[in-house]
Design a protein around this ligand. Structure first.
Ligand SMILES: *Cc1c(COP(=O)(O)O)cnc(C)c1O
Length: 427
């Protein structure tokens, strides 16, 4: 390597921060929570916002589901293991992490499918109103599904950035059915104010739906307290449910009796085993279900959620802010933020989620170079280096270690190497 040496002052500053990081980790109330996860030795895993790490409780739980519940008990497990009630049971566990009292959250389907239910369901809760507001920078599936649902339900989707949402909501007024926003931007990590957007929607008689894919399991959400009407979120990101884990759907208690979601399958029926020919929705959040759920994945998620035992969302959030703040301090101390490398994530704690995103003209190659050094983040079009700090298992030492590798990648201009600039089919 013909690298320009990182300045000695920068390295000394990072060494000091590493000592601080060790102290912070030792004093953290989450110090032993990392031990609840299987993580490859030496890896700094900053992609838990794409696929959460494996909680140690999961493999045995899955083996039990497969060998005993399926293999020995067979069909009896629907009753004996309460497979039938698992979606609502696990939903209540997710509810604890997002500030939802029991009976309003169900684990079911994917986030994409649940968004479809919320858009059509909201239109039916607010008949005669035609406008739906959504962030133009939303995760693409949110845009696609909202457009498709709107086409079927004859709604008018308007793409308005969340920073302008409150004003836009007032302007649309009584034609607004739904304001549908992500609490945390998947690309920049910016957090939007759930309470003010929800209140603005209520002030004109509309509903608010929140996509919690990048907040559930990483921070306080406070759905009930914030007055949210509807919410969706992922099981496989900060909830660590594993690849393809089912997602969740929240419907506030006050809307449940009238929530008429468009995918009326038999698992959402009031009396599914009557096998009647007419759909009648189950009372409560059970009506958010559709068909037979992927039970192995669902019960893997249930086991994964035990990694949160004894932790409040406030404690999780505190750890997240502490680790991300230390990472940003390390970049400041090393003097790497400037023309080529800039923060895409707000510095103010109340304005960021649990990730730090950086812009760099060679972001793709920077991410590849970091991965080669054992620091796994991801690239997001067009210039974002996205680093997720899952608070249950990313430590302060990880944060400083990641910063140091980033400094070395930049100083050594490793992002110019052919092996890191070539793009494969899957990024
Ligand atoms: C990850 C993510 C999704 C993923 O949706 P799936 O249906 O699980 O593929 C949707 N929306 C947002 C905001 C996400 O971050």
């Amino acid at each position: 390597m013909t690298a320009a040496p990182t300045s000695l002052a920068a390295l000394a500053a990072l060494d000091d921060l590493l000592a601080d990081a060790e102290r912070l980790d030792a004093a953290s109330p989450l110090a032993h929570v990392r031990d609840r996860f299987e993580l490859p030795e030496g890896l700094v895993y900053l992609d838990g916002n794409s696929l959460g790490a494996l909680p140690k409780a999961v493999p045995d739980a899955v083996a039990d589901v497969v060998r005993r519940q399926w293999g020995s008990q067979l069909i009896a497990s629907w009753n004996d293991e309460d497979w039938w009630g698992a979606q609502v049971r696990v939903g209540d566990q997710v509810g604890l992490l997002v500030g939802a009292a029991a009976g309003q959250t169900v684990v079911t389907d994917s986030t994409s499918v649940n968004l479809f239910k919320t858009v059509v369901g909201a239109a039916r809760l607010r008949p005669g109103r035609r406008v739906v507001l959504i962030d133009p920078d939303s995760f693409p599936t949110d845009l696609y599904v909202t457009d498709a649902a709107a086409r079927l339900a004859d709604l008018d989707v308007r793409r308005v950035h969340p920073r302008d949402a409150v004003a836009a909501i007032a302007e649309v007024g009584d034609d607004l059915a739904l304001a549908s926003y992500s609490q945390v931007d998947y690309r920049t990590g910016e957090q939007w104010d759930l309470v003010s957007i929800t209140e603005a929607a209520h002030a004109v008689g509309a509903l608010a739906c929140w996509d919690l894919c990048h907040s559930a399991g990483a921070m306080e959400v406070g759905l009930d307290e914030g007055g949210a009407d509807l919410a969706v979120g992922c099981g496989y990101k900060y909830l660590n449910g594993g690849p393809g884990a089912p997602a969740f759907l929240y419907v506030a208690e006050r809307h449940l009796a009238d929530f008429d979601q468009p995918l009326s399958g038999w698992h959402g029926h009031a009396r599914p085993f009557e096998m009647g020919g007419t759909f009648e929705p189950a009372p409560g959040i059970t009506r958010g279900r559709v068909g037979t759920p992927p039970l192995v994945s669902l019960l893997a998620l249930e086991a994964a959620l035990t990694a949160f035992e004894g932790l409040t969302p406030a404690a999780v959030r505190e750890q997240s802010l502490s680790v991300t703040a230390l990472f940003i301090s390390a970049l400041d101390a090393a003097g790497v933020l400037g023309d080529d490398l800039t923060l895409a994530t707000p510095r103010e704690p109340e304005r960021r989620g649990s990730q730090v995103s950086l812009r760099h003209p060679q972001a793709f190659a920077v991410v590849q170079a970091l991965i080669a050094r054992g620091v796994v983040g991801d690239f997001r079009e067009s210039d974002i280096v996205r680093l997720g700090f899952a608070p249950l298992y990313v430590t302060h030492v990880d944060a400083v270690t990641a910063a140091r590798h980033l400094v070395e990648v930049l100083d050594g201009r490793e992002f110019e190497r052919d092996e890191f600039t070539r793009r494969g089919a899957v990024t």
